[in-house]
Write a protein that binds this ligand. Sequence first.
Ligand code: NA7
Length: 536
Amino acid sequence: MSESQEGSPEVLDAIVVGAGVTGLYQLYRLLNLNLNAKILEAGGGVGGTWYWNRYPGARFDSESISYQYSFSDELLEEWNWSEHYSGQPENERYLNFMADKFSLKQHIRLNSRVKSAVYNSEKVLWEIETEDGYKVCSRFFISAVGILSATHMPDIEGISDFKGESFHTSRWPHEKVDFKGKRVGVIGTGATAIQLIPEIAGEVGHLTVFQRTANYACPLRNSKIEDSEQEDLKKTYPETFERCKRTFAAFMQEADPRNTFEVSEEERLAFYEEIWSKPGFHKWFGNFQDSMTDDAANEEYAKFVRGKIRERVKDPAIADLLTPTDHPFGSKRIPLETNYYEVYNQDNVQLVNLKEAPIEKITATGVQTTDNSYDLDVIIYATGFDAITGELTRMNIRGENDQSLKEAWADGVKTYMTFQTSGFPNFFLINGTVFCNFTRCAEVVADWVSECIDYMNQNGYQKIGTNEQSEQEWTEYAESLTEGMIFTKAKTGNWFMGTNVAGKKKQFLFYAGGAIEFRERCEKVAKSGYEGFQLS
Ligand code: NA7
């Protein structure tokens, strides 16, 4: 019976926030430990990223087979991917299939955005309330809100004055949007816009793309998986997961052990062409091993990519605008595209250079830049996310001494092992904060938390926390790993570094030690009886 009917909230073992990839698996693991656990999910369905990002063209940039869960042979056997890089509708169906298969939905409360979570030291319980007034208490409070949940709307005057239709890409309407004959504006040219634009360019009457920074988009080279291929493909799953375990960020692609200038120019170009012809992230992670660490090596490859962009755009002036020169290749997330650059050869598509003339305001009829007005029927904000910390600090999470997480992180994110922050006992962060092929590390962190809770229960511990010393040592160590790293070299607009959101502390928001090291450390800490954590 619901506690609100009775007046006093029910007490659970664990509340998980978010029914995305990580949250669903975390719930599955907790239920298998016979714990009384529940997910609170803001959306009207399960899927997280794959529920919210319904814009045309939204799809995996990791291989479907390397992104999928690995924990259940039955699930691997029963689910057939229809494309090598599967699209949002199928991804959402997959996560629903998983939730149904393991009977998770009865433990998920949808349309339940967490408003506050307050730690009660006396009772060793988290008191949680959702925006619709539902209250629940829980011993463990686990955040699985993902990395890209909090939408980032630009700080532009007049957004609410626009009389036409407008939406952020991650709040795309559930019903099909009819673009036929309409004048559509897209603000932003990140990975999202680059997936979306080719999908709508053929339908719209006119498309205006407002670009501030050009990106190094690379061809995705997606293809169908025929029914006849399924069986053979499934035989590759064990090797796929093993391969991911061997790479730094748990992707399938491994860097070439040679250095860029170790080979002749001819050989180098042939190698660039070879990785260019492969699908997915080969062009990023499968490159010469120094391509992301040596500036000259990086520039050599960047030149090759710029040439590839220019080849595809007919008007040299537009090609120039689309060609990035202000940041190294791979210093920002590499977007993967299908027919993106060709869109700019269409007569009904216009590229607006915001570097030259920034947006001044949104008006009732469209977008006004410092040198022109653009009349539009629809404005699409593809302006990204307040990544990793945004969703967490928007919730009112208060730990010991009534300190909020927002206050605790005022000078930047501080954690121990990415899992806990001092002053917030029994609160686990499993947001996906290791730089990693998402699901590969989601399984690692949810397994670790489940085993930790099981260990506590077996040994009669009520509470786990970390202290300022462990937190400081870890945070300093994690920061030291990022020195000179490629991601620190893009000066602006980089959600990995928090520089896309005004006022956010500049800090690499992922753990940069790599998935292999992180996994080993997780194992070691667990084996040591949770060194650096305090159990009581
Ligand atoms: P991104 O990669 O953060 O891209 C956001 C885009 O929006 C980017 O081109 C920004 O330009 C642009 N932007 C943001 N604010 C403004 C304003 N005020 N004016 C003009 N343009 C603006 O977000 P995505 O959603 O594309 O991708 C996020 C991740 O989702 C992606 O990496 C994948 O992992 C999936 P800027 O570059 O800052 O000049």
